[in-house]
Design a protein around this ligand. Structure first.
Ligand code: NZQ
Ligand code: ZN
Length: 385
């Protein structure tokens, strides 16, 4: 196991009816900005609960943060923040609203020429407006991590940044808020959180027995509950399990001291940036082909995953590894998720060339061993046809 520092400052406030706790969680002495997306929180009653809980606080609203939040939209909040001396942000919605809010928090205090540098050049942030969130969509883990993924329409880019200054100070997780999610959003959430675990787990053995078991527990729980999450009438305990799995999948715990391979996410972000497919849709297309391309280096872990998560009977390591990849793809497809580019009418030749050129220009090398070159990525995208 590698050395690590684990520090996660987000206070989780979990359970039914917990939105009312916002009253005490959000400081009352500052003007506060509420950030949200489009209609969802107004249609499902979450907006009303938030407004009631924050009665007496000085509130300004900034709605209209879109899925895959854009720099262009988010920068509009900065003027409003400065005009109103906003000193605290409360994000209400899914991962996009929260990621956008993290960017706003950092951009409002940025002392350089253009806040896009936070994302594009990874310019370190020295200050950010403190923030908290009410999360309504289990998927990204953004509610308890220090990352955000921001898109720029003008240049068709989608890039992440991270800073300990943008950890939410609190995250209210009320599983009842997920009852209004559509089946497509639920499928996306299951797949995204599943892939977050996979990318911290399917690498090579580093004797991190506990982290392995923690990762396997999340994968098994998601696999066991997935059909019920997406098909059954909403039920509190199932949604609570799902919500906690998604948070645990990317709050830093299972990634402590272990090698990680975020190549599927990095390639997937490019597919979303160029073709607009949902984040989780991009992952379901790319992950199986990444695993196939890296089977030599990942085969031991894949075999362990085959047996512990999918309960496959013992056989040789390579056969188990191959079966684990098939199982994963079948799991996605059984949820109704597509796993090929052609199903999204994306030309694999064109997509692979665009990504190859961008990764070559940026000297992007991926994989836990740093062995996945732009040429290797091009091959993976072509094979995702
Ligand atoms: O805009 P509104 O009206 O709120 O509707 C949203 C949106 O259309 C809707 N929604 C959210 N909660 C709902 C609801 N509809 C009904 N009932 C509810 N309770 O769902 C739609 C999608 O929301 P979005 O926030 O885009 O989804 P998600 O949470 O999956 O976030 C995706 C974004 O997060 C990034 C992705 O790249 C993508 O940009 N990620 C962030 C990460 C992080 N910060 O650590 C890691 C992830 O890997 C991911 O990259
Ligand atoms: Zn993700």
């Amino acid at each position: 196991m590698n050395n690590f520092i684990y520090h996660n400052p987000t206070k989780i406030v979990f359970g039914k009816g917990q939105i009312k706790k916002l009253h005490d969680l959000v400081p009352a002495m500052y003007p506060v900005m509420l950030t949200y997306g489009f209609g969802s929180i107004k249609n499902n009653g979450v907006y009303d609960q938030v407004k009631k809980a924050l009665y007496g606080h000085q509130l300004i609203e900034f709605g209209g943060i879109e899925p895959n939040p854009t720099y262009e939209t988010l920068m509009k909040a900065i003027t409003l923040i400065k005009e109103n001396n906003i000193a605290y942000l409360v994000s209400v919605g899914g991962g996009s609203v929260l990621d956008g809010t993290k960017f706003i928090a950092a951009a409002a205090k940025f002392d350089g020429a253009d806040p896009w540098d936070i994302v594009a050049k990874k310019t370190p942030i020295k200050e950010a407006i403190p923030l908290g969130c009410v999360l309504t969509l289990p998927a990204t883990g953004s509610e308890s991590n220090c990352y955000a993924v921001i898109s720029r329409k003008e240049t068709q880019e989608k890039k992440d940044f991270g800073s300990s200054l943008v950890y939410p100070q609190f995250a209210v997780l009320d599983p009842l808020t997920t009852f209004s999610l559509s089946q497509k959003q639920l499928v996306n959430g299951v797949v995204d959180s599943f892939v977050h675990v996979v990318e911290q787990y399917l690498t090579y053995d580093c004797k991190a027995l506990l982290q392995d078991r923690q990762a396997e527990a999340i994968l098994q729980t998601l696999a066991e509950k997935a059909q019920s999450i997406i098909n059954d009438e909403p039920e509190y305990e199932t949604r609570a399990t799902f919500m906690w799995c998604a948070t645990q999948a990317l709050n830093g715990l299972i990634g402590c001291g272990v090698p990680q391979d975020w190549s599927t996410h990095m390639i997937g972000h490019e597919l979303t940036a160029y073709y607009g497919i949902d984040h989780a849709q991009s992952l379901a297309v790319i992950l199986p082909r990444v695993l196939e391309s890296q089977i030599e280096t990942k085969k031991d872990k894949l075999a362990q995953y085959a047996q512990r998560v999918w309960q496959l009977p013992t056989e040789d390591v390579l056969s188990l590894a191959q079966k684990a990849i098939t199982k994963t793809e079948t799991f996605f497809r059984d949820l109704g998720m597509k796993t090929t580019l052609s199903e999204y009418c994306i030309d694999p030749q064109e997509a692979s060339q665009k990504i190859f050129e961008r990764f070559t220009k940026a000297s992007t090398i991926l994989g836990e061993q740093g062995s996945m070159t732009p040429a290797c990525v091009r091959d993976i995208v072509i094979k995702s046809a």
